[in-house]
Design a protein around this ligand. Sequence first.
Ligand SMILES: [Zn+2]
Length: 599
Amino acid sequence: MTYDENKLGLWTSFHFADEEEKGAARHQGVARIEHQQLDTTIEKNANLQGKASTTLVILQDGIRVIPFSLFPSLRVQSVTAEGGQPLAFIQEDKKDDADFRVILPKALSKGDELTIITVYGGKEAVVNTGGGNYFPIAREDWYPNSANFSLGEYASYDMTFRIPKNMKIAATGDLVSEQNEGGESVSIWKSGRQPVAGFNFGKFKMQEIKLDKPEYLVQSYANEEPPDVIKSLLHVANEDLPTQGPHMMEGVALGNMSTVPLIKKALAEGQLSVQLYTDYFGPSAYKRLAITQQTSCNYGQSWPELVWIPMCYFYDSTIRHQLGMDWGDRGYWKSVTSHEVAHQWWGHTVGFNSYRDQWMSEGFAEMSASLYLQLIEKNPQKFIGFWNDQRELLLERDKEGWRAIDAGPVTMGYRMSNSRTGEGVTRRLIYPKGAYILHMIRMMMWDRRTGDENFKTTMHDFVQTYTNRAASTEDFKAMVEKHMTQEMDLEGNRKMDWFFNEYVYGTSLPSYKFNYSFDRDPAGDVLFNLKVTQSNVDDKFRMLVPIYLELADGRMVNLGRAHVTGNTSIEQKVPLKGLKDAPKRALLSYYDDVLAAPN
Ligand SMILES: [Zn+2]
């Protein structure tokens, strides 16, 4: 590693071979949280006061200090053991090292269980953004959470929230009860094992729909009024607009910025996403989903049963343009809801084992959003455009001169963002390449007769096997190997090493050249002469390259896949029996089936 003010990075990090063999390479801390009982009060000014009873199991012998993750401005007031005796703790000033650590009176052994009661509170974990909008800034550390929080540990939760009584809350888990007590709205939430807990609240309006197949309650929440920052932008925008001419209509739209009428859009997209992903991946671990609006415009997030959608998504593109918020995040506005809903499967139902496996959470969620574009919006151009955007993200150079695809493999995760590669490389690597990896597997498994059946079977098996558990990259590889087709067995050993070494653990990017012509053979059939050239790879690089024909009637058909190894060409003459008219054209990887350099 390099440790320097201007140069910082952990360049390599490996487990010992025997740790890998013993399974000790699995992510493991000093203690595992089994249960959280969280009692939380949030005042009108957003001040948060909490009491957490955290039950833990010790994972190693000789543990004296339990590390927690707690938002720095939430100051710990007291820590006690179950019987009420005070425990020592460390929490330096929020501007210093605010890490929260509890010191036990004596060392504990592996398997010991204990409950720690923490009382804490403060501002800034939640921000009052005006107009009845509240922005929960602390997402995974508004309560004393696991110090190595990574969505790979599962605990059960009992939660009580007290908020001002004219407000509505949506939280993770099942709503047990909700009532007004004095000046507060008190709600109780309960959940089985899940990787994290969270909430969103405000002066919300809510609409819901009950689904039968799968059995699911989908809810959509939005605020009645925009937050102060949008109101002030509106003010400026309205002043800048001419009162006549083509922009007048936009001025009218800007004057009426309530997002309530748009609740239905999020509700419909949530419902369709839940149905699509249940079909493709199997049931999630949940029966409920609340899609909520958040003040922050530039990102969304997903917790079990709770999704935060950036407020600007609720505005149409004209209004976003007027507000100067269409800074062209490729595909983001088109797929924010379907991406976040997909995390109900990727990251929550199936957790990931460590930062090395996080590419599966973000990548699979992005790939899921592509299924939404293709199968719900039924827009092939948007689908292909989506993959072009993803490839561009991987191949454009950042200001340090790096292409994300060359910086390193997806399994290096967020560690890849360092001073050498530029801090932004991970966003341009994990999401798009993770998505491409799953997309390529889907396209390899696609069958002319059964379509996506084999891919669906693989994903159902993966989700079912790892429900409420963390999966590693190798776990996923083993699942693909269990369901791989004969054609995918390029090394004849029922292993997918060739593909994982190239795209998951490696940084390969092949180039292709395609030459073809159509003749007639003596029998009068159309004869397809083709030559596929693969280059810019090592000699062992193998790939299945699909060939598509656009027929005279406009249909696009998959003719089959060429198996190419190394820097070579393959040439073939294929009689297209029964085809009267020659195809309009032939194409390689029409659906971006193979991540390759653009031609
Ligand atoms: Zn995501």
